[in-house]
Design a protein around this ligand. Structure first.
Ligand code: F6R
Length: 242
């Protein structure tokens, strides 16, 4: 694992955007695995800036997102599809037809999940997967206790994740209780993984995930077994890792 420690969120976002840019430049028809949440917002802003300067071309890029709330439509402002459109896809020249997010409106979970796995397979797998890290060690919506061998599946969100995500909703009661998420196996099959971690509140879980025991109780700890992981963070989150 390589670690890039930047002094703050802005600079960590630039490092992450740099890695994504390098991927897009080296392989213009690459498959990017993307994440939502607060952490990658700065990374996406930086990619948009470089695109606007003419430094990046996303015309042949495909993307697959990690997860989506079950029951939220693309038009719902809290859906991850809406997030991706508004933070990235609406501002770059990626063809929206080439961007994939699990279908939160498909009520048949087995169908939604197997269709998503089929999309990832038909694209030839993920070249570069971007991840954030939950305070409980989750990646995607793979909560503590998740089996390592799962591909896309439906999960019930843990209480701590519902509470953490309530900041994006009018009230905690409006946070969906279920989501479709790529599984740990899907994530581990990505050829390269970049985990972005920022802020003091992530410090403890970063230490446990990357320097503690490999256990389903800390889902991100499985990344210690991946042979191409880059951990990008700010000094606050990486304080125990340097
Ligand atoms: C988002 C996702 C989640 C987040 C994690 C961290 O698509 O799958 O695993 O990456 O919850 O969220 P933030 O960045 O808001 O701290």
């Amino acid at each position: 694992m390589r670690i890039y420690c930047a002094k703050d969120y802005y600079h960590a976002s630039r490092v992450a955007a740099n890695i994504i840019s390098a991927q897009v430049i080296m392989k213009p028809d690459c498959v990017l695995g993307l994440a939502t949440g607060a952490t990658p917002v700065g990374t996406y802003e930086q990619l948009v800036r470089w695109y606007e300067k003419g430094d990046l071309d996303f015309a042949s890029v495909h993307s697959v997102n990690l997860d989506e709330y079950r029951g939220l439509s693309a038009e719902d402002e809290q859906s991850y599809r809406y997030f991706m459109n508004s933070h990235l896809f609406d501002h770059i020249n990626i063809d929206k037809k080439n961007t994939y997010v699990p279908d939160g409106m498909e009520p048949d979970a087995a169908k939604a999940c197997s269709a998503y796995d089929e999309i990832i397979r038909s694209l030839g797998g993920i070249d570069l997967q971007i991840l954030g890290l939950g305070h409980n060690g989750h990646i995607g919506f793979n909560e503590p206790g998740s089996a390592f061998e799962k591909e896309t599946h439906c999960v019930r969100l843990s209480r701590s994740t519902i509470e953490a995500n309530a900041r994006f909703f009018d009230s905690i009661d409006r946070v969906p209780r279920e989501a479709y998420t790529m599984g740990i196996k899907s994530i581990m099959q990505a050829r390269k993984v970049v985990v972005i971690v920022c802020g003091e509140s992530k410090r403890e879980i970063v230490r446990r995930a990357f320097f503690g025991a490999i256990t389903p109780e800390v889902p991100a700890s499985v990344l210690q077994l991946h042979n191409d992981v880059i951990l990008v963070g700010d000094e606050a989150a990486l304080a125990d890792c340097l």
